[in-house]
Design a protein around this ligand. Sequence first.
Ligand code: ADP
Length: 489
Amino acid sequence: FPMKLNNPDLLRSQSYLNGKWVDAKNGEMFAVDNPATGAHIAHVANLGAEQAQLAIDAASAAFPAWRARTAKERSIILRKWFDLINANTDDLARIMTIEQGKPFPEAKGEIAYGASFVEWFAEQAKRVMGDTIAAPIATNRMLVLREPIGVCAAITPWNFPTAMITRKVAPALAAGCTIVLKPAEQTPLSALALAVLAEQAGIPAGVLNILTADSEQSIAIGKVLCTSPTVRKLTFTGSTPVGRILMQQSAPSIKKMSLELGGHAPFIVFEDADIDAAIEGAMVSKYRNAGQTCVCTNRFYVHAKVYDSFAEKLAARVSGTLSVGEGFEDKVTTGPLIDDAAVAKVEEHVQDAVAKGAKILCGGSKHARGGRFYQPTVITQVSEDMLCMREETFGPLAPIVKFTDEAEVIRLANNTDYGLASYFYSRDIGRIFRVAEALEYGMVGVNTGLISNEMAPFGGVKQSGLGREGSVYGMDDFMEMKYVCLGGI
Ligand code: ADP
């Protein structure tokens, strides 16, 4: 591993199954890359279907004792995990930057964000409430109990290697569920480091299992997790096509599903907006993680009256303040894209737009450093027929469309199968309510480009997914209601 850590114990190449660190059954390993250089930084155990079944069995065996613990006991253990994550922030962020590419300060931000879900659900564990219901029969009493759903499975992506794990594992464990996690093949080291700390925090064997695998074995493991009747719930963050496959595979066992899938976030700037504030919002919502988040703005709609000034200011900010490079270099704001396919997709979107008449205000091609670095880009004269207006770009491209009419821009913003995040800027209170209510999205940022935190319900509508993560609602996905009717009282 090309970097010194204060706590080298965090670096693991084995998977974590039933409280033990294990190799793949056939001894196979797969390589983990540094996306900034393409160099191998580690080799990690490549588990498969058979060990996935062992992990399910372990999670199933651990479930009765874990659910029988008091909520307070589970809360104390989660709180300890939170403290350990915080205490190891720098090392965890180092591991993340080197395997994922995001700038080191941003990686530290993600560790804090990821840890916040553990803290939050440690607290929420103690606030699981039931109900009593007025019964229609005088001698009956009716109760609603809330119980953990059972063994859960989680599949997570590479763009938030820590936070997407804690946002699933913490509420599951808080509820009293046990879990089998398959992290993204690009970022297994961050997941394993969390397991080291979970073990240290006292999370019992079998309660949290982490199976690392390459892309091929991930598919095999996914099949086992989806088809197992023991797994009562699957929680997934990733692309819409894969979400669709997992849902299909899970249909025979009627699994409860949480899906956080793709987005195609619109960012609307009305003529009455505070333009400087809109630029700030645009910068964070578009260029964070080099545009590789599911809530990143994908398309800008700017009113004709402020179109030119917004586009010029945004291009000036992008070329003046964003600095592309390796995540550990000084002042770098924009790291590499995750892989060559990601770079090819941004290139395709830009070339397609230019061919259809778009104008490049800044960027527009691969960065001079080569590799997986792409220049932060702003384009204007954008029309709805361009690829970037229909597909999720997942890169540092800001296409700006001109509009004049509120109803028309709402129609355009909603004209997609996605419905995750949306943003708009306006200072008119009537318009703010009107537009916020009209947008068919699970999340709306009004006069802000940054909406995610542990207290907010994160999730999408339409083909952006099912369920909500974080917030007071986030444990619902890991619990079932049980209705108890007492008669003869
Ligand atoms: P991304 O485009 O962000 O890489 P994916 O949806 O391809 O998103 O991957 C997200 C997660 O889903 C990763 O952990 C990956 O290994 C896993 N995955 C991808 N394809 C499958 C599949 N067919 N079955 C199970 N897991 C899968």
